[in-house]
Structure formats: C-alpha cells, structure tokens
Design a binder for this molecule. Structure first.
Ligand SMILES: CC(C)(COP(=O)(O)OP(=O)(O)OC[C@H]1O[C@@H](n2cnc3c(N)ncnc32)[C@H](O)[C@@H]1OP(=O)(O)O)[C@@H](O)C(=O)NCCC(=O)NCCS
Length: 339
C-alpha cells in the first residue's frame, strides 16, 4: 500500500469492477486507445493485475481517495513492450471528473519513488500515443524526458519518456539548513541510523544529545558546518564537519542516513555535497574523517575518494567497537594532479 497526500494506492479487488468499468468504457477517457474497453476486457485488466502482483510483486494499483475510499482510477508499474523491449512502465488512468487536479502526477510520483526504493530498475518509462498530451505532460511532471518516438501499429506513433535513477535522486533529494528543522532532528536521525545495534545507543546516546544541543545552541555554526539531506522535503540524514583546524584540515563529524533510506546512494550524495562545500575553503590541505572498522561507513568514504592513512586499535568503551580507521583526501595533491 502506498500513501500520498490525498490517495491510497492499493491492490485491485474484484469489487473494483464497476468503478473501473465506468472509467475505461468511456470514449473520451479512452480516446488515445484503440477502443474503449467492454466488460470482458475490463475483467481481463483486473485479472492481468492479479497475475502481475503474484508474479512481480507490483502491478497497476487501485487509486482511492483517502478521505472517502472512492475509487478514482489506477496507477502503478507493469512491464510493457516499448519498441520491442519489455521495460518497467508507470501507467495511470484517472476518472475524468477528477482530471486536471494533480492526481495522476501525485500517484505517478509515488509509484516512481516506490519503484526506485524497492526494485533494482535503473530506468523507468512511461509511453503513450503521441496525441495523448495529458499522459505525456504527466510523465514530464514525473521528472521524465522524451527519449524515443517510434512507429507503433497500435498508436500510429508512440512516445517513450524515461527517468534514470540518478535523475530521480537529483529530483527527490535536497540539502537544507539544519535549523529549518527543530531541535532534536540530529539526535533522532543518529538514533535511527545506528539502530542496527543497540550497543551504539548505549555508548553514544550522550554524545548524540550533546551534538544536537551544541548545534541548536549555536545555529550559526549548525548552518555553516552541516546540512540536512531531505527526501521530498523530509529530512532523512545529515552531515556536519569541524572547520577549526583549517587550513591544515577539516574533519567530517557525524554523517548519518535514516535506516529506512539506506542503500539508495543517498549517503554518497550527502557526502559528495559536503565535500563540494568543504573544497571551497581557500588553501585547505586535507579533509579527514575517522570511522570504525565495524561500520559500513568505510566503504562510503572510499567510494568518494578517501584514502586510509592510519589504523588504531580501539581501546573502546565496549567490546563491540572495531578499530579506528583514519581516512583523508589530500587536496593539494589533487590540485597538483589537475595542473
Ligand atoms: C492522462 C491522465 C491520467 C492525467 O490525469 P490528471 O489527474 O488529469 O493529471 P494531472 O492533473 O496530475 O496532471 C499532470 C500534468 O499533466 C498536465 N495535463 C493533464 N492533462 C492534460 C491535458 N489534457 N492537456 C494538457 N496538459 C495536461 C497537467 O497540467 C500537469 O502538468 P503540470 O504539473 O506541469 O501542471 C488522464 O487524462 C487520464 O486518465 N486519461 C485517460 C487514460 C490515459 O490516457 N492514460 C495514459 C495512457 S498512456
């Protein structure tokens, strides 16, 4: 089940037949299809989606108004033949009495986000008959660009629109001031990001609290030396750094992504943005970070160019701490390399 501001997207049930039939049997709604659907074709549409759910774990989902439960159309992901290739496609159909109120856009964006978060597909498509302006404008509103125009016996000419995973990341992620959010935001992100092992909170809860208090007691520091990473405006991570040893080095401090959002390249995007900002300090020699061999973070640092330069056994508060790992990026070496 996917929830948006106004809609729930849920699996079809046989009871949706009448409401669906009203939409897909309407000649105006189906103007860009070979023909409106009869009852038989409508039944097959629902059955085809039952098969999709069973086979792939996705399909077209019924779109119902959250407030009343009214069925107003469908939107979802199916595999479609687009110019000879079976490709993941976002499709949408909305009852005409609800057109031009942003419902297709709202549903399609939620399906796009669901798909990138829950499947391995790296490119998502929408395709339509070239005359179907409502459909291709919805694809554009969903961050897609036209990638193909091809002869299609069913549609005369079809347009294919697409969005890549990287384009999606850029569309959904934004970097905002920590003080746009309330006190506690850093603490709650840290608690969540380290929830994979309860010993983290046992060791570091006090430190997380102090970090949050320090930044919110000194908002001018919070907003200069850190930022929140947001997914569709909701804060899902943050990073901060300590600039006091400039120009010798700047040290990255906390760097965390909420558990539910891990594994999507958001940590890398956050770190890349922090490095971009830190590299702007004139004459800076090094960017450093200390991490722990027990965490997933070392890979995160290596993937953006950090190099391990020291490793120390951690006398550690607890037995679960791994070794301390010291990473750096040497900026002057980079500059010499570029010259
Ligand atoms: C295509 C369809 C789903 C759009 O539904 P909708 O809820 O009216 O779409 P939205 O209100 O979310 O609009 C999304 C975007 O498309 C634009 N748009 C929608 N219908 C449009 C039209 N007829 N002409 C021009 N632009 C249109 C909107 O302005 C909006 O763009 P914006 O965000 O830049 O302002 C709806 O017209 C429909 O159900 N058509 C019949 C079924 C169909 O053809 N599905 C697609 C099969 S390929």
């Amino acid at each position: 089940m996917i929830e948006t501001e106004r809609l729930l997207l849920r699996e079809y049930t046989p009871d949706d037949f009448d409401a669906l039939y009203e939409i897909v049997s309407d000649p105006e709604t189906m103007a860009h299809y070979p023909a409106p659907f009869d009852e038989e074709r409508t039944r097959r549409w629902i059955d085809w989606n039952f098969e999709n759910y069973a086979k792939y774990g996705f399909g077209l989902w019924a779109a119902v108004l959250k407030e009343t439960g009214e069925f107003i159309g469908d939107c979802g992901l199916t595999l479609q033949n687009i110019d000879g290739e079976m490709l993941p496609e976002i499709g949408y159909h909305i009852h005409k009495k609800y057109w031009r109120r942003g419902f297709a856009k709202e549903a399609a964006q939620a399906v796009r986000d669901w798909t990138f978060l829950n499947t391995k597909y790296n490119v998502l498509y929408s395709y339509m008959k070239y005359t179907n302006e409502g459909s291709w404008r919805t694809a554009m509103a969903n961050g897609m660009k036209k990638v193909k125009e091809y002869p299609d016996p069913k549609n005369t000419i079809s347009y294919a629109f697409a969005i890549t995973r990287e384009e999606w990341r850029r569309a959904v992620l934004s970097f905002r001031k920590l003080t746009d959010f309330g006190r506690d935001i850093m603490y709650s992100i840290l608690k969540d990001a380290y929830s994979f092992d309860e010993r983290c909170a046992q060791c570091w809860d006090g430190n997380w609290r102090e970090t949050d208090d320090f930044f919110f007691d000194h908002p001018e520091i919070a907003d200069k030396y850190g930022f929140a990473t947001c997914f569709n405006g909701e804060p899902i991570g943050f990073i901060c750094w300590d600039p006091r040893n400039r120009p010798e080095y700047v040290e990255i401090g906390h760097n965390a992504i909420r558990t539910a959002w891990k594994g999507n390249g958001f940590g890398k995007a956050q770190l890349t943005e922090a490095l971009r900002r830190i590299r702007e300090y004139a004459g800076l020699k090094e960017i450093r970070v200390r991490t722990n061999s027990n965490l997933i973070a070392p890979r995160n640092y290596e993937s953006v160019g950090f190099v391990l330069y020291d490793r120390k056994e951690n006398p550690g508060e607890t037995a679960f701490s791994g070794d301390d790992l010291y990473y750096r990026i040497q900026l002057q070496r980079e500059q010499m390399g570029n010259a």
